[in-house]
Design a protein around this ligand. Structure first.
Ligand code: URA
Ligand code: SF4
Length: 214
């Protein structure tokens, strides 16, 4: 009976520890079986960074490299994010980095593991971790990177193209901003488009920094 209920509505909630320190959360998340995604991934990729961040960045889910290393934003999208932060004059050490979903979802293509977009049910299941992280580190500003993160917080109707760069309010933090995901810049059709999108991304990040005192 209990198992059936779990299947119908997967959630990380049962795995959350009473002690909400980051270390305790990280340790509990490493054993999370709140949805099916833990089964094929290497490990939980929990957030990391400043414990009192100016900005908390939320991506979608770990990629192939993050899954292997157990750390968020250490692959190609993370490298691009690093470059954009530097161009925007934002110190990486003043930020916290995490994801909406903490396990890598993928499908095999030959010997490669290709990113697969998480389903709503998995996003919902994993949200307790993100909420607990935010509750613990209390960022001055949250920056949502891409549609998965933005829609997890603001609902499916939220459009990054309409709302990017705007200062938004949310129950999660006094200030929230959404922008594109760095991997969308990597996927730009040519160098010119990539350069343009990078400039827009950096401009959003500068705007983000201007919302708070960094
Ligand atoms: N993309 C994400 O959304 N998160 C990561 O940690 C890496 C790539
Ligand atoms: Fe738990 Fe999230 Fe991993 Fe699902 S994706 S098993 S809810 S940590």
């Amino acid at each position: 009976m209990v198992d059936k209920a779990k299947k119908e509505k997967p959630s990380a909630a049962d795995f959350l520890p009473e002690d909400r320190s980051l270390e305790s959360l990280r340790s509990a998340a490493s054993a999370c079986q709140g949805c099916e995604l833990y089964k094929d991934a290497t490990q939980t990729v929990f957030g990391e960074g400043s414990v009192r961040p100016h900005i908390l960045f939320v991506g979608e889910q770990p990629g192939d490299i993050e899954d292997k290393q157990g750390r968020p934003f250490v692959g190609p999208a993370g490298k691009l994010l690093d470059r954009a932060l530097e161009e925007a004059g934002i110190e990486r050490s003043a930020c916290y980095f995490t994801n909406t979903v903490k396990h890598f979802k993928f499908e095999w293509r030959g010997k490669r593991r290709l990113h697969k977009t998480p389903r709503q049910i998995e996003i919902n299941a994993c949200l307790p971790w993100l909420k607990a992280e935010i509750g613990e580190v209390k960022p001055a500003l949250i920056v949502l990177l891409g549609a998965t993160a933005a829609q997890a917080i603001f609902g499916k109707a939220f459009k990054i193209t309409h709302e990017r760069g705007k200062l938004l309010e949310s129950y999660l933090a006094p200030r929230v901003m959404a922008t594109v995901h760095p991997s969308s810049i990597l996927r730009a059709i040519d160098d010119d488009a990539r350069e343009q999108e990078m400039a827009l991304f950096v401009s959003d990040l500068k705007h983000a920094a201007s919302f708070i005192q960094m």
